[in-house]
Design a protein around this ligand. Structure first.
Ligand SMILES: Nc1nc2c(ncn2[C@@H]2O[C@H](COP(=O)(O)OP(=O)(O)O)[C@@H](O)[C@H]2O)c(=O)[nH]1
Ligand SMILES: [Mg+2]
Length: 344
């Protein structure tokens, strides 16, 4: 999964990026440098299974973070944006909002950033409408007609200040638009970056932004980037201690990952054996056969059935022989819908 971090300058993008990745990139320097990190998704199920199985290798699911400057925060007046083209290849975007500085105006910033995302997509739509129309005129080729109509529908939507994710597209339309990788078609996680002294008001603050939450499209996470950036440099034990003292229930990185997974409809399943204990990421609702394809396309092709154990049963019985003796291993076929669980 790839998550692009955007926001106006000095909103705390690099701070949040450091908090998520453990990197120590310079913050507060107005630098327009992009940063990239691939991090392991913390997963205590993997840790616990590894304790039982003692595998040769432990592999966590991974997330790529891209800290991408370039948005200005000035909304419709932003003009030409110089954003990192890689942003278009992210699965979801995280919008970091300054709610820490004394004169912060987070609600206005959210609207301005959304307007800038719309602006970026308007440019892509306009260029492509022009290109397609010209080509159709020159070649008399009518085959691009549907796509041109669809682009015009997108243009009208954006011109009204609406996001493309709110268009209810048919699956063939969805397919036609895929190559354009529009920013406003991506799920958005709004990270409200609060000051250290507001940490114990997280829930109240979250409530102020709840009108932005749209199921499976947009979510809100309240975090304190600066504090979390410091926490990530501590040893796990010290981190637990400080988190408790500060009243941080879930580290920002876990909050962000959990919310992005849920926005994108992702779940993870585990495989366990002596060679490797591993977490894999799939779409919620995928069948066992499709999930097998994530492991290897050959396994998907030749898939007949998988041996499945509930994670809690594995922890309780501890070995495959005990699990089998207790009748807790089941065989599931191609059409089995995979749940967050364990597959052997
Ligand atoms: N007090 C406070 N300052 C923050 C917080 N997050 C970021 N900052 C400060 O804001 C400035 C800009 O942060 P930076 O991450 O470089 O912003 P970017 O331009 O969006 O990458 C830095 O001086 C940070 O220390 C926060 O949660 N609390
Ligand atoms: Mg920065």
């Amino acid at each position: 999964m790839k998550l692009g971090i955007i926001g106006k300058p000095q909103s705390g993008k690099t701070t949040v990026f450091n908090a998520a990745s453990g990197h120590q990139e310079a913050v507060g320097d107005y630098s327009q440098a992009s940063h990239r990190a691939i991090i392991k998704v913390p997963d205590e199920r993997v840790d616990k299974l590894a304790e039982l199985v003692s595998p040769k290798k432990i592999t966590y699911a991974e997330i790529e973070f891209l800290d991408a400057p370039g948005f200005t925060g000035s909304g419709k007046e932003a003009g030409t944006l110089e954003i990192n083209p890689e942003l278009h290849h992210m699965d979801a975007l995280m919008l970091v909002i300054d709610a820490y500085s004394p004169d912060a105006h987070p609600q206005k910033d959210i609207q301005n950033l959304i307007d800038e995302m719309i602006l970026a997509d308007q440019v892509v739509v306009e260029n492509n409408i022009e290109k397609k129309s010209r080509k159709m005129k020159l070649t008399g080729d009518k085959s691009a007609h549907n796509e041109l109509d669809l682009l015009k529908k997108c243009q009208a939507t954006l011109d009204e200040g609406e996001l493309l994710i709110n268009l209810n597209l048919a699956s063939n339309e969805e397919k036609m638009l895929r190559g354009y990788t529009f920013l406003t078609q991506k799920p958005l996680l709004i990270a409200i970056n609060i000051d250290e002294d507001k940490i114990n008001q997280q829930d109240v603050i979250a409530d102020d932004f709840k009108e932005h939450i749209i199921t499976s499209k947009r979510d809100v996470a309240v975090i304190c980037g600066k504090m979390e950036m410091e926490l990530v440099t501590l040893s796990p034990d010290d981190r637990q201690l400080f988190m408790k003292e500060l009243g941080i229930k879930v580290p920002a990185v876990e909050k962000v990952i959990q919310k992005s997974y849920s926005l994108l409809g992702l779940i993870s399943f585990l495989t366990a054996g002596e060679p490797e204990v591993r977490a894999w990421t799939i779409k919620k609702g995928d069948t066992a056969q499709k999930a097998a394809g994530v492991i290897h396309s050959d396994i998907e092709r030749g898939f007949i059935r998988a041996e499945v154990v509930a994670y809690d049963d594995y922890l309780q019985y501890k070995t495959m022989s005990a699990i089998k003796a207790a009748g807790k291993a089941r065989l599931e076929g191609k059409d089995y819908i995979v749940k967050d669980g364990l597959y052997c």
